[in-house]
Design a protein around this ligand. Structure first.
Ligand code: SF4
Length: 566
């Protein structure tokens, strides 16, 4: 494989195929498997921008390749690569083990090829990366590295002054140099997301290296970016205003023009895939969101659209949304049903406001409303979780099949750069890991998701978080089954999965105490528990009803690439 830049997406744990791991529910609510094989959207914008500048770029979803085939050998694969540079994402911290493993492998096999790391977590830990991982040569910091990456590639391929490249950290004579984090665009007008890139890449390379996640062909969903940064300050979020200012030097949210957002949606419509609109359209100046809705109304978009709201929007906004799009789902994370815990985490709205929003959403024809609750929040107790489950029961009884509540642990790590990470005690958290390599060690030495947790709260130990997660998932599954949202077979499956999972955690703890960990029995059972544990996967499938159209459009894309006149 030959390219100027090869962008490699690592698995969360590099040797996940060689050792037993009880992943637990840590990925239940995201499209990825626990290997977190979904690469960041920034990979596509990097590739699109560099290709415009004449560089050949390949995205290789190494995590997905490793997941898809046990016989796939990343070492042999990387050995055959010919590149001017390797880029590895360390955006989400749970990738730390895989990102370090892939960097080491690249450098061992291609000693002279520079290794670049980027992403929010890499930005936060850039100094530590350069001081403790000699295999990484450069870190590009910030939330917008497209142009700095072009300059870095120019410097790598033609020689050039590194000190002039914004956002770059590097070593020089064994000292770490940190260029100013000055490339922080005010808007996303130059952000180039080429939705065709992945399909072109598949055709050009005749491989599925660039597929974004495991179930993509079966349950497609494509993201639309409306902004970078956030105006809110949720305590545990690494994407908050506080974290963006600290890690990315971003002090104002950068918006994508409404016209461009709608263009992106229309592009996705060509694929007949549902689109997930990232960012609350009612925040950041209502006129911004209303303009997008107005444009959508004119275009008569007919794919399912998923909108996220961080708080109940102003009255009338949902009605306007329903007038603009036909098929819409809403996602919202009150985190806790207990308003005190919710306020403590930074979401300041009452249950009455939440219920008002639900009512107006369903009156306006919302197809599905997903509500997310979390375990392991500062100030949370068993009683407040019970209160949350009671709220969920009431809402499910009232709204039936269109309201889907989820509950899941806040795992595995506190987001670096978040308010909770920086001041844990003040917000009810106790942190077990501070440095990058502390987090690496948790994933390297741990066997179960309890071992991976980087924190506990002042009210809940790690064992409490685990037990409460299982108890509440079970209770919620039963609430859903009673309301007919979950089949009895699926409920039985969840009950069995949770029982075995609990047993495994106890078994691992017992073996660890006795120093007999590694027994065949433990290994075998852990391998069996890789499926999602606490939810019915179909609950998060927004592509239902579209699959045939989706497959046909992909097929047409392929045909078109071979028969240009079609
Ligand atoms: S969780 Fe809160 S701070 Fe983070 S992106 Fe959402 S609204 Fe912003």
């Amino acid at each position: 494989m030959k390219a100027d830049l090869i962008l490699l997406h690592p698995p969360s744990i590099f040797d996940f195929r060689e050792r037993p791991i009880l992943w637990g529910p840590i990925n239940d609510l995201i499209p990825s498997t626990p290997v977190f094989e979904m690469y960041p959207i920034g990979f596509v914008s990097l590739a699109s921008t560099l290709e415009e500048q004449g560089y050949r770029v390949r995205i290789v979803n190494l995590a997905l390749r490793m997941l898809n085939s046990k016989s796939f050998d990343p070492e042999r694969y990387i050995k055959k690569m010919r590149a001017e540079a390797f880029g590895i994402d360390l955006h989400w911290l749970p990738h730390v083990h895989g990102a370090v493993g892939v960097a080491r492998l690249c450098k061992r096999l291609h000693e002279d090829v520079p290794v670049i790391m980027g992403g929010l977590s890499a930005s936060y830990f850039h100094r530590e990366i350069l001081s403790s991982i000699p295999e990484v040569d450069y870190v590009l910091r910030g939330d917008s590295t497209e142009l700095p990456m072009v300059q870095l590639m120019d410097a790598i391929s033609r020689g050039g002054e590194l000190s002039r490249i914004p956002n770059l950290s590097y070593r020089e004579d064994s000292r770490i140099r940190e260029n100013p984090l000055s490339y922080v665009p005010d808007n996303l007008d130059d952000f180039h997301l080429d939705y065709d890139y992945m399909f072109r890449s598949i055709i050009r390379t005749r491989s599925l290296d660039a597929l974004p996640f495991y179930e993509f062909l079966e349950r497609p969903i494509m993201a639309v970016l409306t902004r970078k940064g956030c105006e809110s300050d949720c305590i545990a979020c690494g994407g908050s205003a506080y974290a963006y200012a600290r890690v990315c030097n971003r002090h104002r949210v950068a918006f994508r023009k409404p016209e461009m957002v709608v263009e992106d949606i229309l592009k996705i419509q060509e694929f007949n895939s549902p689109a997930f609109i990232l960012g609350d359209l009612a925040i950041g100046g209502e006129s911004y969101g209303r303009r997008i809705l107005e444009l959508l109304r004119k275009e008569r978009v007919d794919i399912p659209l998923v909108f996220e709201f961080f708080a109940p929007p102003p009255r009338g906004f949902i009605r306007e949304l329903s007038r603009s799009v036909g098929d819409f789902t809403i996602e919202m994370s009150p985190e806790s049903g207990d308003p005190e815990v919710r306020a403590r985490i930074g979401r300041n709205y009452s249950n009455a406001e939440l219920e008002r929003m639900l009512r107006s959403a369903f009156e306006a024809g919302c197809r599905q409303f997903d509500l997310y609750f979390m375990i392991g929040l500062g100030g949370q107790t068993r009683e407040s979780v019970d209160f949350t489950l009671e709220l969920a029961r009431r809402l499910v009884e009232r709204y039936g099949g269109r309201l889907i509540p989820f509950i899941s642990p806040y795992a595995p790590f506190l987001d670096p750069g978040s308010i909770a990470f920086e001041n844990p005690e003040m917000h009810g958290f106790v942190r077990y890991a501070s440095s990058l390599m502390d987090h690496y060690a948790l994933l390297d030495e741990g066997l179960t998701w309890k071992d991976f947790l980087s924190y506990r709260t002042t009210h809940l130990s790690r064992d409490d978080i685990v037990n409460l997660s299982y108890d509440s998932a079970l209770k919620l599954a039963r609430i859903k089954a009673e309301a007919g949202l979950l089949s009895h077979e699926k409920l039985a499956e969840i009950e069995k999965g949770i029982a075995v999972s609990r047993e495994m955690i106890q078994l691992v703890d017992r073996h660890r105490r006795r120093g007999t960990l590694g027994e065949e029995q433990v290994n075998e059972s852990l391998y069996e528990l890789r499926e999602r544990l606490m939810i019915d996967r179909r609950e998060l499938d927004w592509s239902q009803g579209l699959r045939v159209r989706w497959m046909l459009s992909i097929f047409a894309k392929f045909l078109r690439s071979f028969l240009p006149r079609l």
